[in-house]
Write a protein of this length. Sequence first.
Lengths: 116, 115
Amino acid sequence: DQQVKQNSPSLSVQEGRISILNCDYTNSMFDYFLWYKKYPAEGPTFLISISSIKDKNEDGRFTVFLNKSAKHLSLHIVPSQPGDSAVYFCAASFHPLTSGTYKYIFGTGTRLKVLA
Amino acid sequence: GAGVSQSPRYKVAKRGQDVALRCDPISGHVSLFWYQQALGQGPEFLTYFQNEAQLDKSGLPSDRFFAERPEGSVSTLKIQRTQQEDSAVYLCASSVASGRAFEQYFGPGTRLTVT
């Protein structure tokens, strides 16, 4: 049962245009959401996050939108650059009572290709 | 370097062999996580350490998997009697504190192939 879903395995965008990556979740207990970027042969690197009490967070070219009623978040990259080509994972966190930490559930990733 | 490092980067094991994967977290990071990433999937939680204490091992798939962090820094993930389904990238991540969802810093991973 996939609690965090990224339904688009890949996306191609022209340089300079907007990239929109989507993520859906099912667990209403998730209270914090993150996006990670991954290049080949490297570990994921943190990109941007949003708390469930907000609906938007912006950092330079990257903006994350959260729609709690729809259990949907999206990452917007404007303008897209060839260096943005990577796999993007969304992740959601919650704190189970049985655990000593927040746990992170990752989606399956979307491969973004920005065409020059 | 200042990042999380993992060794070896690649490991090929014959079915039935034992393997040990090492993680060096960022100095001073309290929290350490291990994840398993199968091909085409996102990372899946295996286990969590707060300093030397293993507080959550609910993601370990079987009792063939064992992790330790005896001095609260370096961690080792051991897989005994490897099976083909253990083939995956094993990622280690550390974060500065154990509280709120601080961002995790990932290592490059160890790609394990069981033949």
